[in-house]
Write a protein that binds this ligand. Sequence first.
Ligand SMILES: [Zn+2]
Length: 222
Amino acid sequence: MRKNRWVFTLIVFSLLLLAACGESNDSSHKENADHDKSNDTPLKVVIDPGHGGVDVGATGVSGQHEKDFTLNVSKKVEKLLEQEPNIQVFMTRVDDQFISQESRHRPNYANEIEADLFISIHGNTFSDPNVSGTETFYYHKHSQHFAEIMQKHVVDATGFRDRGALKKDLFVVKDTKMPAALIEIGYLTNPQDESDMWDEDFQNRVADAIVEGIKEYQDRAL
Ligand SMILES: [Zn+2]
């Protein structure tokens, strides 16, 4: 008699447990359905070619300007992103246009269109020509993961020293509301970095890496 009651209790308990599992399965399915829905909404990505116009940025060892390097790479990224059905690309400039820092146009533009990601492209500079490498800057905590993914992909493409993804108070990554990263591809003041950076194949590889980084972040965020 006692044994029967125990078996009965066990069966009831098992049934309750099954019901509970079934419920949580249902809710996870619902969650997946929601994710599928958000998958249809393209990711809005702003590409920001650093500097422009009278703001030439860094002047490299060869005398070429950072503003042209950033525009070259950005346009390659733009072209690649245009082929991605789930990504919508926006540029802060498409030619040699000067954008004043005071206007805060770069972050304001990204905030106004409610972009999902913001990527500013730059070339670095330092007084010591021996300093080289790739680094990515972010400001807000919600940008750190994105910056780390971008750094990983870009440093793989450049083959330069990995200087890491670091927090830095830069207005383009501070004033933007969405995850934002500023990538310093390499040092234009380092002769080896610079000669690579003006190479067409190198720029294509970097553009590919930036797109791969965006897609990895997009996949993880879903
Ligand atoms: Zn710069």
